[in-house]
Ligand binder design. Structure first.
Ligand SMILES: [Fe+2]
Length: 312
């Protein structure tokens, strides 16, 4: 079975109106909002990328990956005990099956969801640099102070009680490949964090689609969801925009050492972390895996320390 891409995430939230207001300010576009659920998309062409169901208490339900064919759904049933194939009632139709990971997260595999027309992007930045003065005009990006243009759901970070149980499941069932793995100082066998990418053979994919992080408390939860923004300037402008709306900053703007992507993380009204990213490394299956002592990993190459609230 080959996973094609990450497609959507699903949460339960107590106040759909409040969640929608934040998500719109963050840059998501409303597809449907009624008494029962909120469905939002990016501007990149996926029919939807974020689902919130009304519930008394906020929680993370799970996520969905798109697969290449109906055969992949059938092998998920025969090889991994996925639920029977069902027609999806979400925008764009399609079919899907559901797996449950070792943490109780619902992992849907979906196929055949119709895409929608993509929103236009801003013009690409042309940067002048020493010796490479390629811009021929004045710098006039003309980007408004407004919610970000987001292009796709790129990755999800998960807090898990047991890295040793979760990593094999994501490798064996979904075929993910660890790109960078962190272990406890002095104990190379005691791995606690893993950034895993899709296996698309020689096709380049994001450095990670799933980040598995062993939680200190034994909880299973979503750590963050991350959407691709156009570039660093879009992220800095979104940062300012969210600041002006008095939302709670978690951490950013910074650049991670593994994956190289520029990140900026904010909290929604239920304290879920929403991240923008840009300029991620892209790897192929043959690029292998690396293992690091977590004590030697600087989490932001621009040298800001992650605040406690990044992990709480
Ligand atoms: Fe991230």
């Amino acid at each position: 079975m080959r996973i094609k891409s990450l497609h959507n995430v699903k949460f339960k939230v107590p106040d759909l109106v409040q969640t929608e207001a934040f998500a719109q300010d963050f840059g998501l576009l409303t597809v449907e909002c009624n008494e029962q659920h909120l469905i939002m998309r990016t501007g990149g062409g996926d029919a939807f990328a974020y689902v919130a169901e009304k519930a008394d208490k906020a929680s993370f339900v799970g996520l969905a990956f798109e697969v290449d064919s109906k055969d992949d759904l059938e092998s998920a049933i025969s090889e991994h005990g996925a639920s029977p194939i069902q027609a999806l009632s979400t925008p764009g139709g399609g079919i899907g099956v559901t797996l449950t990971d070792p943490n109780g997260f619902k992992i849907d595999l979906v196929y055949g969801i119709e895409r929608v027309a993509a929103e236009p992007a801003y013009g690409q930045l042309v940067m002048n640099a020493p010796g490479q003065y390629t811009r021929e005009e004045r710098f006039e990006p003309k980007r408004p102070m407004a919610p970000a243009k987001l292009f796709r759901l790129g990755h999800v970070g998960l807090f898990i009680p047991s890295f040793g149980q979760s990593l094999p499941w994501y490798k064996d069932v979904l075929g993910l490949i660890p790109s960078d793995v962190y272990h406890i100082p002095g104990q190379p066998q005691a791995q606690i964090v893993g950034f895993c990418r899709l296996d698309r053979g020689e096709e380049l994919v994001d450095h990670h689609v799933i980040a598995l992080m062993q939680s200190q408390t034994g909880e299973a939860a979503c750590h963050h969801i991350s959407f691709e923004a156009q570039d660093f300037e879009a992220q800095f402008m979104t940062h300012r925009y969210l600041e002006s709306k008095e939302y709670e900053l978690v951490w950013g703007v910074g650049r991670h050492p593994h994956g190289s992507h520029i990140f900026d993380v904010w909290r929604d009204p239920d304290r879920n972390r929403f991240e923008t990213f840009s300029d991620t490394d892209r790897l192929k299956a043959s690029d292998g895996s690396r293992v690091h002592n977590i004590a030697e990993v600087e989490m932001d190459v621009w040298s800001s320390e992650p605040p406690d609230r990044y992990f709480e």
